[in-house]
Design a protein around this ligand. Structure first.
Ligand SMILES: *Cc1c(COP(=O)(O)O)cnc(C)c1O
Length: 368
């Protein structure tokens, strides 16, 4: 007999006795304020997936010897719910996040789960806490699924018990400004044969010290270069794009390929699809190196560079520190105060319009 999978029809809901006060939208800081409820679904190898539960947000009881706490058996996701002008709430391509969670969790021997049934449970959670979904354009509800190995066992086998849980954080618009990156070729976030393409907590802890080092030098984030040729991979929370006239004289939007090094961003995929639909310039997923970018900058061929991810959507890069030099990246030559380059701005506007259901799209998934 096959073990039970996640079954949304078995979902139970226990509402909080102490509902929180809604914060004023202006006080929303990214990832610091959580809603009233969370979704928890337990798994054991013996009995499969248990009935999903929505219950008051609060601490988890975890055995101190759990796999997640000793060996970082943890995968996570980040997606958002957006309130449209008519009040309805939509998720943005949530199935992409659940496919990625399945792929990340398989890499660390966490069990498979029914993605559609899990999505139904997530929709219920957002419905239960829908009073927290902000109204204004630019604001949204960040959704954080976590998947952890909970079996208490110090042996390096795999966790035969797991917990899939989801909590919500209403978030404000990302402060619109350009970012300054520090190109790091000394340390590596990911490498061939490694796990850079999976959203695993274990990838992030080791990036914190290098990231804080560059913050103390006045930069926002690291641009991770890999190997002796200084392959331009990504930013670590964002995928990285360059819009330039390439060495062959073609106008091209280029980003690193899905070669196992970079995280396959949903924002990345969406922007590539939009730019390909326009058909106005070449759109490439291919390896570029930092020396190629430097040459292009010297020859005035770089038009814009930007980072892309769920948290900020897109943000223009105005500076990259590389090999002892600050390289200025053009943002918008017609406007010295611009925070977005023209292409970055257009991509951002088209994506926001889909997310807030101004533009009808199959990428928008309504709650009901
Ligand atoms: C989550 C993440 C991104 C962005 O992915 P989105 O799906 O667009 O949010 C990029 N790089 C890394 C390393 C990430 O963890």
């Amino acid at each position: 007999m096959t073990k039970p999978d996640i079954d949304a029809s078995k979902l139970t809901i226990t509402l909080t006795q102490t509902p929180k006060e809604l914060l004023d939208q202006s006080e929303l800081k990214f990832g610091k304020y959580f809603t009233d409820h969370m979704l928890c679904i337990k798994y054991t190898e013996e009995n499969g997936w248990e009935a999903p539960e929505i219950k008051p947000y609060g601490p988890l009881a975890i055995d101190p010897a759990a796999f997640a706490l000793n060996y970082s058996v943890q995968a996570f996701e980040g997606t958002k719910a957006y309130r449209a002008a008519d009040g309805t709430i939509n998720l943005f391509r949530p199935e992409k996040n659940l496919q990625r969670l399945a792929s990340s969790s398989q890499r660390i021997m966490l069990p498979e789960f029914d993605q559609e049934q899990f999505l139904e449970c997530i929709k219920e959670l957002v419905k239960v806490d829908q009073r927290f979904v902000p109204n204004d354009y630019g604001y949204s509800m960040y959704i954080r699924p976590n998947f952890i190995g909970t079996e208490p066992n110090l042996n390096l086998v795999y966790s035969r018990e797991a917990l899939l849980y989801v909590y919500l954080s209403p978030v404000g618009p990302y402060f619109p400004r350009t970012v300054k990156l520090f190109a790091n070729a000394i340390e590596a976030r990911a490498w061939p044969g490694g796990v850079g393409s999976f959203k695993l907590g274990g990838n992030y802890a080791p990036s914190m010290r290098p990231a804080m080092d560059v913050v103390s030098k006045g930069y926002d984030q690291i641009l991770w270069l890999l190997g002796d040729d200084h392959y331009v991979t990504e930013v670590g929370t964002m995928n990285f794009f360059v819009f330039w006239v390439n060495a062959d004289g073609e106008k091209e939007l280029v980003t690193a390929p899905l070669d196992g090094i970079i995280l396959p961003g949903v924002t990345r995929d969406s922007l590539l699809a939009l730019a390909r639909q326009w058909g106005e310039f070449k759109v490439s997923e291919r390896k570029i190196t930092m020396p190629e970018v430097v040459t292009a900058l010297e020859e005035g061929r770089v038009l814009e560079a930007f980072g892309a991810g769920t948290a900020c959507i897109v943000c223009s890069v105005s500076e990259v520190f590389y090999e002892g030099q600050n390289l200025a990246i053009p943002v918008d030559p017609t406007d010295p105060d611009a925070v977005y380059g023209p292409l970055t701005k257009r991509l951002r506007a088209e994506l926001l319009d889909i997310q807030y259901a101004k533009t009808p799209s199959s990428w928008s998934v309504p709650l009901v």
